[in-house]
Design a protein around this ligand. Structure first.
Ligand SMILES: *[C@@H]1O[C@H](CO)[C@@H](O)[C@H](O)[C@H]1NC(C)=O
Ligand SMILES: *[C@@H]1O[C@H](CO)[C@@H](O)[C@H](O)[C@H]1NC(C)=O
Ligand SMILES: *[C@@H]1O[C@H](CO)[C@@H](O)[C@H](O)[C@H]1NC(C)=O
Ligand SMILES: *[C@@H]1O[C@H](CO)[C@@H](O)[C@H](O)[C@H]1NC(C)=O
Ligand SMILES: *[C@@H]1O[C@H](CO)[C@@H](O)[C@H](O)[C@H]1NC(C)=O
Ligand SMILES: *[C@@H]1O[C@H](CO)[C@@H](O)[C@H](O)[C@H]1NC(C)=O
Length: 372
């Protein structure tokens, strides 16, 4: 969405919103980013409202009965390179632009009550552990997680014009930021995160809930300029690595002639030029892994996904009754579009990236390809 529209909304929200009931429990109208629930204490739906957009397409209580490839679980985790989820559509051959409010969790391990990314979907990744965030960028066969093969994708975050997030009601947790112990047995909610996915590439960045730098590192106001600016990193297709990393510079901040300058994304896209080139922060201690060691419990791609992958006719065969039901995307597609036009933020409809489907590498070239 446009930064101006966003700040106006945030300012309004700051005065008028009811953050929580007196006992601290979020209410239905609490902005998603402020909805905080201990792991295991999530309600069935954190956003049951039926407003212009919505209702929430899935649910936040996920368990063994929702552990299947039709799961509508919208509670996800990002723990480590072998143990994370991505938001992606619930129905094959969807674009992020059409389904941003409806994405569901696709994970690399069973146990969270979600869908699993089919074997082979993840093709190469770099997992950067920085002081203020964890960022995972990589290459994905997006057709295997229900995306249209040629979708250039979009940006997802827990804000959105109406503060209900994309996906609406999506919650994210991690065992990487324990508050009560130093092992990985406790899960902490990560309220600030951002995901970019499209053109068979992705980035998911989760900001350290204990950091005072969360808003700068997980800034969601640069959605039109894509992965290379928002997730500066150096993944290699075919390689799976974990590195320690410095923090990135906040998006939009760069140095020229010794001066620190902040560039803001224009209110309306497309963005045709950005006055700087993003520099991936220094990283060290990189360790590489074989994907066969990392991902041991993933299902074989189904015929439906495989045919989508090869351009076959999955859309006619794949959706089961419940996936094309009212919980599917058609109901809220119009809601989503309506919301975008209501705010006047034309480019916001999808937070769409202006990216060529041919984009295949990160770095400067990739950055250029994001520009219309
Ligand atoms: C499992 O999750 C479903 C879907 O959210 C929920 O309806 C059901 O009550 C849960 N079961 C248990 C035992 O928590
Ligand atoms: C969808 O339907 C299939 C079979 O019709 C069922 O196994 C599955 O649990 C359903 N999924 C949801 C989320 O209701
Ligand atoms: C916790 O850490 C142990 C040891 O590093 C690892 O084997 C295990 O998979 C981790 N569990 C989770 C849920 O991340
Ligand atoms: C995917 O959707 C596009 C656009 O609606 C359509 O042209 C194409 O045939 C679909 N592909 C599959 C595999 O269903
Ligand atoms: C659809 O969502 C509603 C809540 O919005 C839920 O009660 C119902 O079980 C869901 N149906 C399917 C098929 O997932
Ligand atoms: C990554 O590598 C795989 C396997 O070679 C290839 O099919 C895919 O197109 C590559 N992805 C990108 C975005 O270049």
């Amino acid at each position: 969405m446009s930064p101006v529209a966003l700040s106006a909304l945030l300012a309004l929200a700051a005065v008028s919103r009811v953050r929580a009931q007196t006992d601290g429990t979020p209410t239905a109208t609490t902005p998603l980013v402020d909805k905080t629930y201990a792991w295991g204490q999530q309600p069935y739906q954190v956003d049951p409202l039926d407003l212009t957009r919505g209702p929430q397409q899935g649910y936040n209580i996920c368990n063994s009965t929702t552990q299947n490839q039709e799961s509508m679980c919208q509670t996800m985790v990002v723990n480590h390179i072998d143990d994370f989820c991505l938001w992606a559509p619930p129905i094959p051959n969807s674009t992020i632009g059409d389904t941003e409010g409806e994405e569901v969790a696709w994970c690399t391990k069973p146990g969270y009550g979600t869908r699993l990314m089919p074997a082979g979907a993840l093709q190469g990744m770099q997992y950067l552990i920085a002081p203020d965030y964890i960022m995972l960028t990589g290459f994905v066969d997006q057709s295997l997680i229900d995306m249209a093969p040629d979708d250039f994708g979009g940006e997802l975050d827990p804000h959105g014009a109406d503060l209900r997030g994309n996906p609406i009601g999506g919650l994210l947790y991690s065992n990487a930021y324990p508050t009560t112990n130093t092992d990985n047995s406790s899960y902490t909610q990560v309220n600030e995160w951002t995901e970019y996915i499209g053109s068979n590439t992705f980035c998911i960045k989760i900001c350290n809930p204990q950091s005072t730098n969360q808003l700068a590192m997980c800034n969601n106001r640069y959605d039109l300029i894509g992965i290379s600016f928002n997730c500066p990193s150096t993944p290699t297709n075919g390689t799976f690595e974990v590195c320690d990393s410095d923090d990135m510079d906040p998006v939009g901040v760069y140095t020229s002639d010794g001066q620190t300058i902040t560039w803001s994304q224009p209110n309306v896209g497309p963005v045709t030029s950005v006055p700087y080139t993003p520099t991936p922060p220094a990283s060290s201690n990189c360790r590489t892994y074989a994907s066969t060691d990392l991902f041991t419990a993933l299902p074989t791609p189904t015929g439906a996904s495989a045919s989508a992958s090869s351009g076959g006719a999955s859309a006619t065969s794949a959706p089961s009754g419940n996936r094309s039901s009212s919980n599917g995307s058609s109901a809220s597609r119009s809601g989503s579009a309506g919301s975008a036009s209501a705010t006047g933020a034309g480019a916001n409809g999808a937070g769409a990236l202006k990216v060529s489907a041919a984009a295949s590498i990160f770095g400067t070239l990739f950055a250029v390809l994001f520009l219309a």
